[in-house]
Design a binder for this molecule. Structure first.
Ligand code: GLC
Ligand code: CA
Length: 550
């Protein structure tokens, strides 16, 4: 396929770092940028070649840093801008790219633009945010806060009450509400320019691109997202011209829109189409945000939003429905494969971790799938060792139920699992001390551990063109197992994923001209070629295999 994208994205394997919880270099109990630098060797060994850092900018941290007070200043608890520049340089030396989080839709109320905007007297920032013209005006169906400023009016928010929406205008301003500005109003255009300058600032310092928070949220009352898409296309055009190596990754969860909006990648997420949930979430561990509409910012797929099966496909009981997943996935894939990539993440800072109800072997199967599918894979920190959800924690920094998947990385069996030298009570969040909590050191020393399997898989992905983001994908069977091929000009790979823990066998017709299979990774699956047929079987289940087809 012919996606116009920087070459490096074709074989990128991303790793998401929640900075507060990765590694604390100075013993204050909170992870930091020097801590990430200290762990670059680790990340290189794991075989990832791109990082996405959650927001690491000045913030009151009412929403884990997604409430930004200064876009161009690293939060003091994480270090300095120089530390971040050093991280970019150290990563670059290893051929590793670093993407930052761009929260384009809203700031914190602590941002100087908002403080100015909240003043009664008109000034250059008055229209940077969405304010009604009187505290008595109706909110027109939007989430609004009133009574919080000297300015007479209410302001629109995007998420929590301290995250005021930046003003990109309204697609269809209501003539009765003069405060609803059109998208080409000078103030709204100014906000776009501010965002471009923020991108330039970090790209000039060495960032490789951005994961764009709540990307569909920019323009209000934009039902088909046409105006929001136009803004992102304008941002993309700026990048293509000034920083052709930079990438834009959307938190949009609806590839048919986001990739047309100029994004290089979009995530398959729990809060968009049901595809992610169908793959990974079991009852009663259905995703936290299932059914939560998130203020309508995320695109639903119209038909079929309700997930009826109680079992995910990656459920050891083997009662899930791969066809349901592929119905949406293939539709989106076919419609977007010339525009960009669909990213399947192992998890993220908003979701429960995939480790619930799964053992290492089950998780290895999930990784074999994610790391052989088309698009750009994302590993959430700690998922490579099967870190668990730590239940029952008191919410930290607006995490609420998300707090359970944001606990400190478990490096070893030492103090605070090697995360920090601080006292346990000073840690950002408690370390998982439950019996059997995994750690990196133990898994590195055990050849058949999840960590070693993930490392093997990232290596295979990076060595085989056929597993590049844009290499061909063909589904042969959507069942237990699922079977597909990936191919490039030079090679064709067969992939078999069997998440069910049971004995099984199946037979498929081999693609024309194929007479032999050579395993790329060791597997317990038996694969026998007989004429144009391939007989596959396994005795214990929860297995995967990758073969070169010759
Ligand atoms: C995105 C982030 C989430 C944050 C929200 C508001 O969904 O992933 O963590 O709370 O946006 O910025
Ligand atoms: Ca620290």
């Amino acid at each position: 396929m012919s996606v116009k994208c920087p070459k490096w994205l074709e074989n990128a394997v991303f790793y998401e770092i929640y900075p507060s919880s990765f590694f604390d270099s100075n013993g204050d109990g909170i992870g930091d940028i020097q801590g990430i630098i200290a762990k670059l060797d680790y990340l290189e060994q794991l075989g990832v070649n791109a990082l996405w850092l959650n927001p690491c900018f000045a913030s009151p941290f009412a929403d884990g840093g997604y409430d930004i007070a200064d876009y161009c200043q690293v939060a003091t608890r994480y270090g300095t801008n120089d530390d971040l520049a050093e991280l970019f340089r150290s990563a670059e030396k290893r051929g590793m790219k670093i993407c930052l989080d761009l929260v384009a839709g809203h700031t914190s109320i602590a941002h100087k633009w908002f403080k100015e905007s909240a003043k009664a007297e008109r000034n250059a920032y008055s229209d940077y945010y969405i304010w009604t013209d009187s505290w008595l005006s109706p909110s027109c169906g939007m989430s609004m806060i009133n009574g919080a400023a000297e300015r007479d009016g209410s302001f629109a928010i995007n998420f929590f009450s301290t995250q005021p929406a930046l003003n990109y205008g309204f697609a269809n301003p209501d003539p009765k509400c003069k405060w609803q500005l059109p998208v080409d109003h000078p103030a709204c255009r100014k906000v776009r320019e501010e965002m471009k300058n923020i991108m330039r600032f970090w790209l000039n310092l060495g960032a490789a691109g951005f994961r764009c928070d709540m990307a569909p949220s920019l323009v209000k009352k934009d039902p088909d997202r046409k105006e929001t898409m136009a803004i992102w296309r304008e941002f993309r055009a700026m990048l293509d011209e000034e920083y052709p190596e930079a990438v834009l990754i959307a938190e949009w969860a609806y590839a048919p829109q986001s990739l047309k909006a100029g994004f290089h990648c979009d995530f398959l997420l729990h809060c968009g189409t049901p595809a992610y949930t169908t793959l990974f979430r079991n009852e009663p561990e259905r995703d936290l945000w299932d059914g939560l509409d998130k203020s309508g910012f995320y695109e639903k797929d119209g038909n079929d939003y309700t997930v009826s099966n109680k079992h995910s496909y990656f459920d050891p009981a083997g009662l899930g429905d791969a066809e349901f997943f592929f119905k949406t996935y293939l539709d989106h894939y076919e419609r977007t494969k010339n525009d960009g990539f669909i990213s399947i993440p192992t998890g993220n800072h908003d979701m429960t971790r995939i480790s619930d109800l799964r053992d290492e072997r089950d998780l290895a199967c999930v990784f074999a799938f994610i790391l052989t599918m088309p698009g750009v894979p994302f590993i959430y920190y700690g998922d490579e060792i099967g870190m668990r959800n730590v239940k029952g924690l008191v919410s930290r920094e607006g995490g609420y139920s998300r707090t359970q998947s944001r606990t400190p990385m478990q490096w070893n069996s030492g103090k605070n699992a090697g995360f920090s030298t601080a006292g346990a009570e000073e840690l950002y969040l408690p370390v998982d001390t439950a019996c059997g909590a995994p750690d990196v050191a133990e898994q590195q020393s055990r050849p058949d551990s999840l960590w070693n399997t993930v490392r093997q898989l990232t290596g295979i992905r990076r060595r085989h063109d056929a597993l590049n983001a844009g290499s061909d994908f063909k589904l042969l069977l959507a069942d237990y197992p699922m079977i597909y091929t990936r191919s490039s000009e030079n090679e064709k790979l067969l992939i078999v994923i069997q998440p069910a823990r049971r004995a099984w066998q199946t037979e498929i017709v081999l693609p024309k001209g194929i007479t032999k299979l050579a395993p790329v990774i060791s597997t317990d699956i038996s694969a026998e070629v007989a004429g144009n047929k391939l007989k596959l079987s396994g005795t214990a289940g929860t297995q995967s295999g990758i073969w070169q087809m010759i």
